[in-house]
Design a protein around this ligand. Structure first.
Ligand SMILES: C[S@@+](CC[C@H](N)C(=O)[O-])C[C@H]1O[C@@H](n2cnc3c(N)ncnc32)[C@H](O)[C@@H]1O
Ligand code: SF4
Length: 393
């Protein structure tokens, strides 16, 4: 089993209209060096509760990790090593980057510290669309950042945000041309999602156009040699994000920093999920007032910020996350975790979804979504959502 650490860096140059992540305009919260002191305090407080030794993955997400002084990132990696979480060439270390925030000095520091994967928030190459959602950079700067990464011959990914208000299929086609041109090892196409009532929800693209966009992305990326290994993620062979794969395959991760989520599968019968508060004031008070010792992961957090999973919650999460992946849900693996009667129940549900053409299976009893199933995945997930009392061992 792998184990990874996520570190949240909540600084941004500006706030994009659609963004719901816990982030702030950099000048509006405590200076980064103070925030990094809190990160180190949090890490030291709980380090004894997580698996030591060689770390599978380390992910700096945000926010805009490339905005803060690179020395702070380097120092944090060293700090985690000192705490026993060893990083080496075998560790996938990812840093999220916004266009126009890199320079050669930063890059050299990152590479020296072992960062070996970069994820760029390109979003779209249409300057007018970038502007319409309050992005700070333009497409020329994105191209410069991508060319800069390419010149170092490093492993990098970029995010494509689609279904932006006013976006046409041709606009999206031009963004996909850029993927073919730069050929990053990994691409994450995300469909714009905003809650009801959000200003952008009033100008949402039609369902029909969104489906056409999904289909265009899938066709173009597959033609360019990418495989869809997860609903929103494509990669060249062997270039899956190992960190995100932890999230989809029931493996342990520890989130440090504002709003960061953790999963400790070994706590209780079905594991514990816990998460830090999303507002900076609450996070500062939490870390400032940490007790002397904590007994188990997340036990220092109030009950509203942690959940010891009951069987129906664990099984629901298990089915939903594995089904996001192309390698799918293995009934044998599920049976090892939950036992035969539950595996039989899930097999029957998956078979009924297969009869509808939404799920397919292979010789090893691994189930995954069909192309049609991906388009109506909510329907499949609804059939695999369990209520309290519905499942027992
Ligand atoms: C944690 S964000 C940080 C990325 C980076 N700060 C940036 O904006 O370039 C990671 C990705 O989530 C996606 N994202 C953010 N808000 C979204 C939304 N409302 N709907 C869909 N995808 C979203 C964007 O593609 C973004 O690159
Ligand atoms: S730069 Fe990224 S993290 Fe920051 S507000 Fe925009 S989308 Fe959100």
């Amino acid at each position: 089993m792998g184990f990874g650490i996520y570190v949240h860096i909540p600084y941004c140059l500006q706030r994009c209209t659609y963004c719901d992540f816990a982030t702030y305009v950099h000048s509006e919260i405590l200076p980064p060096h103070e925030y990094f002191s809190l990160l180190k305090k949090e890490a030291a407080f709980s380090a004894h509760l997580f698996p030591k030794g060689s770390l599978s993955t380390l992910y700096f997400g945000g926010g805009t990790p490339s905005l803060v002084d690179s020395e702070l990132i380097v120092d944090l990696i060293q700090n985690l090593n000192n705490l026993g979480f060893k990083t080496g060439p075998e560790t996938e270390i990812t840093l999220e980057i916004n266009p126009a925030t890199l320079n050669p000095q930063k890059m050299e520091n990152y590479l020296k510290a072992g960062i070996n994967r970069f994820s760029v928030g390109a979003q779209t190459f249409s300057d007018s669309l970038l502007k319409s959602v309050n992005r700070e950079h333009n497409s020329r700067q994105t191209r410069e950042t991508l060319s800069f990464l390419k010149s170092y011959n490093v492993n990098y990914s970029f995010d494509v945000l689609f279904a932006l208000p006013g976006q046409s299929l041709d606009d999206l086609g031009r963004d996909l041309d850029e993927v073919s041109k730069f050929k990053p090892q990994h691409v994450s196409p995300y469909c714009l999602t905003v809650p009801e009532g959000h200003p952008l929800s009033k100008v949402r693209l039609s369902e029909d156009l969104q489906v056409k966009m999904f289909e265009l992305i899938d066709r173009r990326l597959k033609q360019a040699g990418y495989q869809q290994y997860e609903i929103s993620n494509y990669c060249l062979p062997g270039r899956e994000s190992r960190h995100n794969t932890l999230y989809w395959t029931d493996q342990a991760y520890w989130g440090v920093g504002l709003s960061a989520h953790s999963y400790a599968p070994w706590v209780g019968q079905f594991g514990r999920r816990f998460w830090n508060p999303p507002s900076i004031g609450a996070y500062q008070s939490l870390i400032g007032g940490l007790p002397q010792k904590t007994q188990s992961p997340g036990s220092h957090l109030p009950e509203s910020l942690r959940e010891d999973l009951l069987i129906h919650q664990s099984l629901t999460d298990y089915c939903h996350t594995f089904l996001r992946t192309d390698s799918g849900l293995s009934l044998d693996h599920l049976e090892t975790k939950y036992g035969e009667p539950i595996a039989l129940k899930i097999a029957a549900i998956l078979k009924s979804q297969a009869d509808l053409g939404l799920v397919k299976t292979d010789d090893e009893a691994r189930y995954s979504l069909t192309t049609e199933g991906k388009l109506v995945s909510n329907q499949v997930y609804a059939a695999l959502t369990f209520l309290e009392g519905e499942i027992s061992l």
